[in-house]
Design a protein around this ligand. Structure first.
Ligand SMILES: [Zn+2]
Length: 373
């Protein structure tokens, strides 16, 4: 299994600390928020929200259909959960780019930017257009020059990511990049689940529309240095659920086990003939200190993502998936650290020490925890 195509999968690559204090919350009335039927003691949200698709002209029908199918599945799996705050999910703009065609991506960028300007430009105040890379303010231009938008400065088509803050900008923006079919069909599935899960996670925050504050709430500042942005928890949960739900939706439990096994023990080619687990252990860096960027070689953020997913599997084995999914409704009020203790009975740093000992067990014992999933 080769997952190098996943490397570029990232979250909020754009909004590092800028623009947020100039922002105002924009209320969108495009979304529906009725809570309705009761199933298994869970109130289920009505998820008939507003999704607009922007599909690059060279994207195949097959890709487009797969994207839409997996978006529907993600809505059913995550957005219908009672804790999700529907007003913070929708409207969702989903941009599908063709990984092999930068020209169609750049044409679509123009169309999308025009749409944003028409729909979200407000006179005399910072708005959802100003906060995008379409705008001509200093911040937007700097972001654009550094990372591009639908096309990166090196000419590559941008990777899959969430590119907005719903509470601040008035919309969720999900950039999706195609994966080669048929060999990477699974990626069209689990990457779509992954990004939609981020929209679900972020919807729970009602206390702030500030990006930095949201990251603290989401556990992304849980390294030993609180200034660092760390993926182990936020991405670990997302990777875990995108993998296991992909396997469940395709009725293929062995896919989940193979994928999880490989993330720790295969893919030697990416790290100079070592497994991710070897690299992680040899580095001596604690899981919660691995950053989204600026890691010492050969550690990269993917180790945070994938070993993070194993940490979640470890928690799930002891506490079940609901405990993990239900933490989101506690974060706003209690913060990540306290909410973690409430759900799992111990603080996350102690849990991480315990988890590192678990990773010292023989491979067979490590893989065994997936049996009960
Ligand atoms: Zn992510």
């Amino acid at each position: 299994m080769n997952k190098s195509f996943l490397i570029l999968l990232s979250l909020f690559i754009s909004f590092c600390s800028v623009g947020s204090d100039e922002s105002t919350t924009i209320n969108s009335d495009d979304s529906t928020s009725e809570a309705s039927e009761i199933t298994n003691n869970q109130t289920v949200n009505n998820i008939d929200g507003d999704i607009k698709y922007f599909i690059a002209s060279t994207v195949s029908n097959e890709h487009e259909e797969m994207l839409k199918e997996w978006v529907k599945r993600a809505e059913r799996l995550y957005f219908s959960r009672s804790s999700a705050i529907v007003d913070n999910l929708y409207p969702i703009y989903i941009v599908q780019l063709d990984r092999d065609n930068a020209q169609s991506a750049s044409e679509l960028e123009e169309i999308f930017c025009q749409f944003l300007e028409d729909e979200h430009k407000k006179p005399l105040r910072w708005d959802g257009y100003d906060a995008s890379r379409c705008a001509d303010n200093k911040w937007s231009q700097e972001e654009y020059e550094r990372d591009g938008f639908f096309v990166q400065p090196n000419g590559d088509v941008a990777g899959s990511a969430i590119m907005s803050i719903r509470q601040r900008d008035g919309y969720s923006l999900f950039l999706s990049r195609t994966h080669d079919l048929p060999e990477h069909a699974s990626s069209m599935g689990f990457v779509t689940l992954h990004e939609m899960f981020h929209i679900f996670q972020n919807s729970h925050i009602t206390s702030t529309d500030d990006y930095d504050e949201q990251r603290i709430i989401n556990g992304r500042k849980s390294g030993d240095n609180p200034d660092h942005d760390v993926p182990w928890w936020h991405e670990g949960v997302t990777v875990y659920f995108s993998y296991i739900d992909y396997a469940r939706e395709t009725n293929d439990p062995s896919w989940f086990k193979d994928e999880m096994e490989c993330t720790l023990f295969c893919e030697y080619d990416m790290y100079g003939n070592k497994s991710r687990l070897q690299v992680y252990k040899e580095s001596g860096i604690k899981l919660n200190n691995i950053r989204y960027d600026e890691n010492p070689e050969p550690v990269d953020s993917q180790i945070g993502y994938e070993v993070g997913a194993w940490f979640v599997a470890y928690l799930v084995q002891e506490h079940g998936e609901e405990k993990v999914l239900n933490i989101y409704s506690l974060l706003d009020e209690y913060g990540f650290e306290e909410a973690f203790i409430m759900q799992f009975g111990n603080d996350y740093k102690s849990y991480l020490v315990e988890f590192d000992k678990f990773l010292d067990l023989p491979k067979e014992n490590i893989l065994n925890i997936l049996q009960s999933n």
